[in-house]
Write a protein that binds this ligand. Structure first.
Ligand code: SF4
Length: 350
């Protein structure tokens, strides 16, 4: 993704410059509880998280960050609000990147301090912009925090950081609604080649967050925008990583899972589609290969509708099921033997 964005290095990872859209999440343990934070990050890493952010909210977080840094395998990002001294402390104590909102720092001197520290230590900065931190002159010019105002604000801050001699900058623009956020991120992408962190902020609990993120982030990813992604979900952050993977795969940006296509079922349905889809998903997961399989309720429409699937099962009526590959019939089997035939075909042909 982000073929036209600059490349930014954070610890062992790369963001932008055409590299794969990096999956991030954020811990919700207390950073000072190092053991709990390390345990959560270990679960995030196992789920596929590629960079993790922890709140750095007081000076006591410094020794905790050093311990956390030493105990994890992915880049560590410090989330800092308002205080440039905390940002500096984070960068000096293990953070590979610090997320700040320059509009909330106290003037250019504060920003200079953070930038100088990042530069001296080979670290990165994420510049955050949102409606609440918009500069007064932009509010006056645009009358409200429009997408254009947010994009211009982000551009101004990034230029200032570039002028201070730091190229390692990632931008994140947040707006109150999904359409406003998408509009602002698109507007910035037209103005500047800094890599963008994309996310729908405060998206809510699981179902709402999933839909809002899939709509907003999906639209951006399909436009080729987005160098690193976080799906915000209230609850266990491991869910964020799984959701990010699904969104990236659905947008055709990265591949993580074998894909199971199953029909919605109707009066023609001849097999237990939901049950077979689960079993097929498990068989494919064991192969670890990105195979696309279909489970369709009937042979009337099934194989044709799932023609692009590598392999599929369709209900045949009278306790029979059909196995097909690339839309062509392989054979018809009693329903109780179809999964065996499916697994056998996968073993031999993939
Ligand atoms: S594939 Fe067949 S059973 Fe499934 S929804 Fe379509 S027509 Fe109905």
């Amino acid at each position: 993704m982000g073929a036209y964005t600059r490349q930014v290095r954070i610890g062992s990872a790369v963001i932008g410059g055409g590299s794969a859209c990096l999956i991030q999440s954020m811990t919700n343990t207390d950073t000072l509880d190092v053991q709990a934070t390390l345990e959560q990050i270990s679960r995030l890493e196992a789920a596929g998280c590629e960079a993790v952010r922890c709140a750095f909210y007081c000076a006591d977080c410094a020794p905790a960050f050093r311990e956390i840094r030493a105990g994890i395998h992915i880049p560590l990002i410090a989330d800092v609000h308002f205080d440039p001294d905390l940002a500096v402390l984070a960068l000096e104590n293990g953070a590979d990147k610090v997320r700040i909102n320059p509009g909330n720092l106290r003037g250019d001197k504060a920003l200079e301090k953070v930038v100088a520290c990042a530069k001296a230590n080979g670290k990165a900065i994420r510049v955050g912009v949102n409606a609440g931190s918009l500069e007064p002159h932009l509010l006056k010019k645009y009358r409200s925090p429009t997408a254009e105002a947010l994009a211009e604000s982000a551009l101004n801050w990034v230029r200032r950081v570039y002028d201070m001699g730091l190229d390692n900058v990632v931008v994140s623009i947040k707006a109150s609604s999904v359409p406003a956020c998408v509009k602002a991120v698109r507007a910035f992408a037209k103005l500047c080649d800094a890599p963008q962190h994309i996310g729908i902020t405060e998206a809510g609990t699981y179902e709402s967050a999933l839909v809002k993120s899939a709509v907003g982030l999906g639209a951006l990813l399909l436009d080729g925008i987005g160098d690193t992604i976080r799906v915000s979900i209230t609850g266990d952050p491991v869910l964020e990583v799984k959701a990010a993977k699904h969104i990236l795969q659905s947008a055709g940006v990265r591949t993580f899972y074998p894909e199971v296509i199953s029909c919605p079922t109707c009066a023609r349905t001849g097999i237990n589609v939901a049950g077979f889809a689960d079993r097929v998903q498990r068989i494919l997961a064991e192969t670890g290969k990105p195979i696309t399989a279909a489970v369709m309720g009937c042979v009337v429409n099934g194989p044709g509708e799932a023609r692009h699937a590598d392999i599929g099962i369709a209900g045949g009526g009278s306790g029979k099921a059909a196995l097909f590959a690339k839309g062509v019939l392989v054979g018809t089997y009693p329903e109780e033997h179809i999964l065996e035939a499916f697994a056998d075909y996968v073993r031999k042909h993939f």
